[in-house]
Design a protein. Structure first.
Length: 357
């Protein structure tokens, strides 16, 4: 996909968000029909839009199937002290946040800047100001939460020159919309599958980098296995390497949607001191501890349907999502059981049966 999208890149390898006539092709008409809905939801009173979001979440929970069970597996790993009833409640809240955020995707595109600024509530902004005063480029280390795009826009809206990376979809019009949104107040977006050289060059030029490090990218990416919520996770060591070659400071950040205030809480923690340390494993552990700290009391903001623990250390028998593979899904439908119960964290209630949300 990175190869296919070179036609949408500028000479510096950043995404070109210019509108193209090909986006009017009939194959995109279905997406264009959603544009008026996004416009209406953008200008709709937030309390009414969130009510629609909760309604949509109820529907999604009834048909979610495997994604909900992935979320249950993740919560059994991340929150071992909870009961499944408590985990189901977290999943329900998480989906509600996700659907409210989805319906709000027109806000960054259609609302004037003055209105957008009132939608963001920076928490710990003194830590952001402290990092900016160093005069060094900043790497914002942010885990995958539901509102990463809208909250990320806050940084460029307050005047910070930003850079980030994207993973292209199969739909060019969708990529255009998402990147047009991300680039509304300036900045650069690079393809995730391409070389890191453009990102390093951008950091050295004084731009800041919006970096999401927590996704499991599979065995093709060299990873360190360090704990996340007490369980080893395949973790890239790119953060200390980027900080070293660019001279950047690292600021932990979290993007959240507050269902009570109906605003986006953009959370910052103090920048790392003594980073990188020269020990990539220790630095990766520190990064994962930051993710745990950011999500403390906010675990429902996390994209729990992602398979964070999919890749396992060589020789390890445990496969967290084995029971959710297509083969096992068919066996479950036929009433089968895994050959070795130790191989999987089974996403079922204590009493047995399919997870009920």
């Amino acid at each position: 996909m990175a190869e296919e999208n070179r036609k949408f890149m500028k000479s510096d390898s950043s995404y070109d968000d210019s509108f193209r006539a090909e986006y009017l092709h009939p194959r995109y008409w279905g997406l264009w029909l959603l544009a008026p809905l996004l416009f209406v939801f953008a200008w709709m009173p937030v309390c009414i839009r969130d009510a629609f979001g909760r309604l949509l979440a109820g529907i999604v929970l009834k048909v979610s199937g495997r994604p909900a069970e992935v979320a249950m597996v993740n919560l059994r790993i991340m929150r071992k002290e909870l009961t499944d009833a408590e985990r189901r409640e977290i999943i329900r809240k998480s989906v509600e946040i996700g659907m409210c955020g989805l319906l709000a995707y027109g806000e960054p595109f259609f609302l004037p800047k003055s209105m957008l600024m009132r939608r963001w509530n920076p928490v710990g902004k003194e830590y952001l100001d402290e990092a900016v005063k160093t005069g060094k480029p900043i790497i914002f280390m942010i885990p995958h939460t539901w509102t990463i795009d809208c909250c990320g826009l806050y940084l460029s809206a307050i005047g910070l020159p930003m850079t980030t990376m994207m993973h292209s979809s199969r739909n060019d019009l969708m990529d255009w919309y998402m990147n047009r949104l991300r680039l509304r107040f300036g900045g650069k977006v690079f393809e995730r599958g391409a070389s890191l050289r453009p990102v390093i060059r951008s950091l050295r030029e004084g731009n800041h980098f919006y970096y999401l490090p927590d996704e499991d990218l599979g065995k093709d990416y060299p990873s360190l296995f360090v704990p996340l919520f007490g369980t080893k996770k395949a973790t890239l060591d790119m953060l200390p390497k980027l900080a070293k070659v660019s001279g950047a400071v690292v600021v932990p950040m979290l993007a959240t949607y507050n269902m009570e205030t109906r605003r986006y809480d953009v959370v910052f923690e103090r920048m790392y001191d003594g980073f990188p340390s020269g020990d990539n494993t220790a630095d990766a552990e520190r990064m994962n501890r930051s993710i745990e700290s950011l999500l403390e009391g906010r675990i429902e903001q996390y994209m729990l349907f992602l398979r964070f623990y999919q890749t396992r250390p060589e020789g390890e028998k445990w496969e967290p999502y084995y029971w959710l593979s297509r083969e096992m899904w068919r066996r479950r439908a036929a009433g089968g059981k895994p050959e070795d119960p130790a191989i999987s964290t089974m996403p079922e209630d204590e009493g047995g049966g399919k997870v009920r949300i």
